[in-house]
Design a protein around this ligand. Structure first.
Ligand SMILES: [Zn+2]
Length: 155
């Protein structure tokens, strides 16, 4: 599997201790000391050519894990990690992932603002253009915006 498929995009640390990270300067894996409540974000998401939407969604998703799941994970030594690719999934519980995705999307795309924007922009735009323009305004991916609008029957 190519290395880029193994990148951990974000990870929420629930307990004080060590976290295994990929250090691009070594290059290789290393252990760093972290405090519970730390959210680690892969630096590849912060590059200029990287998608702002992806960075923002990863941060919101990890924050949602902290808000929703800290009681569940604290004391277990487990962390919640968002990985690229499908072969390595350290967070096995898809219900928890769905919760983090949902709260993440609510944080980035609050419904009152989404609805106001939708009704202001909808005339004269086809569905594709509307999703693209709204994704730009909210700085999320087009896919995330499409899902948010579909879930509220706006598309
Ligand atoms: Zn997650």
């Amino acid at each position: 599997m190519p290395a880029e498929n193994r990148v951990c995009l974000g990870e929420t640390i629930f307990d004080d201790g060590g976290a295994i990270i990929y250090d691009y300067d070594i290059p290789g894996y290393t252990v760093i000391a972290v405090k519970g409540g730390t959210i680690l974000i892969d630096s590849s998401l912060c590059r200029e050519d990287s998608s702002t939407g992806r960075l923002r969604f990863t941060c919101a998703h990890e924050l949602a894990h902290w808000l929703l799941h800290k009681r569940l994970y604290s004391g277990t030594g487990e962390s919640a990690a968002m990985m690229t690719g499908t072969n390595i999934v350290r967070t096995q519980n898809s219900a928890l992932e769905m919760q983090a995705n949902l709260l993440g999307s609510i944080l980035l795309m609050p419904l009152p603002q989404v609805k106001r924007c939708f009704y202001q922009l909808q005339s004269g735009r086809d569905r594709q253009q509307l999703v693209a323009d709204m994704a730009g305004i909210f700085q999320v991916s087009k896919q995330a915006m499409r899902i948010r609008l579909e879930n509220h029957h706006l598309l």
